[in-house]
Design a protein around this ligand. Structure first.
Ligand code: DDH
Length: 288
């Protein structure tokens, strides 16, 4: 047989779908974490990688995966995200051609879809960068603050009120950990399935300050098993945010549509793509 000259490996959609499938399979297998899934913490990793973006200087964002390094990995907001990065290490070993920065975002997309959320269109093109690209501390939101802070942080990334409220629906997933943020508990009763329950609970439950020694947070009066952060509660206190909370509480399809669009934007902030937006792919979920 004639040996064919091998060009450089240029991964195609099928190759990225294989990475998706491997993440989905590992999510299914490693089910002895938190509420039974690494899904929420994988999403948080992709969000914290992306949410450092500053539109004024073009710095930060998911390009670079600089959270691998101190000081960024040690920023208070990133406490606990090592669990997500370590989870992805065997995937990176199996598919060494993918950059960490493309992998983290792909894993966030996979987490959303596997937790029964909407499809999140994806395109690769992020490259890993060195420690000198680490962003300064303080670019991610501080949960103890209110609407002024939320608008300043998300405005710096370029987001509108509607997009802020849509993105916040991610808090249907996962929980707070006292050894990470200091806060405690989940936002919903189904923290590994994406639904519009976050908005429903915000509006329908009675919330009161939790009496404890930890940081100020709300608990639901009825069961005392759910929580809201001061920043979550700001979404129903603020006149600009509240109409969107009401809309998404009533209409899960509207939430899924706006969430998918805003997350797609978030995950692409600051990435110098060679491809165009029409070239985005949609991954098949494990249950499709
Ligand atoms: Fe969040 N988030 N987040 N969040 N977030 C926490 C957990 C999770 C804020 C603070 C916290 C978004 C917005 C905000 C997820 C996704 C997203 C925790 C608890 C805090 C604190 C961490 C811990 O103790 O482990 C604040 C403040 C904001 C804000 O908007 C003002 C957004 C936009 C997203 C997104 O994904 C688009 C997820 C998922 C979790 C659950 C993580 C886990 O381990 O479980």
């Amino acid at each position: 047989q004639e040996a064919k000259a091998k060009g450089p490996f240029i991964p195609k959609f099928e190759d990225y779908q294989k990475v998706y499938d491997a993440v989905a399979k590992q999510l299914e297998e490693k089910d002895e974490y938190d509420d039974g899934s690494y899904g929420p913490v994988l999403l948080r990793l992709a969000w914290h990688a992306s949410g450092t973006y500053d539109k004024a200087t073009g710095t930060g964002g998911s390009n670079g995966a600089t959270m691998r390094f101190a000081p960024e990995g040690d920023h208070g907001a990133n406490a606990g995200l090592k669990a997500a990065r370590d989870f992805l290490e065997p995937i990176k070993e199996k598919f060494p051609w993918i950059s960490y920065s493309d992998l983290w975002v792909l894993a966030g997309v996979c987490a959303i879809q596997e937790m029964q959320g909407p499809k999140i269109p994806y395109r690769p093109g992020r490259s890993d960068r060195d420690v000198s690209f680490c962003t300064p501390d303080g670019r991610l939101p501080d949960a103890s603050k209110e609407q002024k802070h939320i608008r300043a942080i998300f405005g710096r990334m370029g987001f509108s009120d509607r997009e802020i409220v849509a993105l916040s629906g991610a808090h249907a997933l996962g929980r707070c950990h006292t050894d990470r943020s200091g806060y405690d508990g989940p936002w919903t009763f189904s923290p590994t399935t994406l639904t519009n329950d976050y908005y429903k609970l915000l509006l329908e439950e009675k919330w009161a300050w939790k009496k404890w020694n930890g940081p100020s947070q709300y608990e639901d009066v009825k069961t005392k098993s759910l929580m809201m952060l001061p920043t979550d509660m700001a979404l129903i206190k603020d006149k600009g945010f509240r109409p969107y909370v009401e809309k998404y509480a009533k209409d899960n399809d509207a939430f899924f549509k706006d969430f998918s669009e805003a997350v797609t934007t978030l995950f692409e902030l600051g990435v110098p793509f060679a491809s165009s937006a029409e070239d985005r792919w949609t991954f098949k979920s494990s249950f499709d």
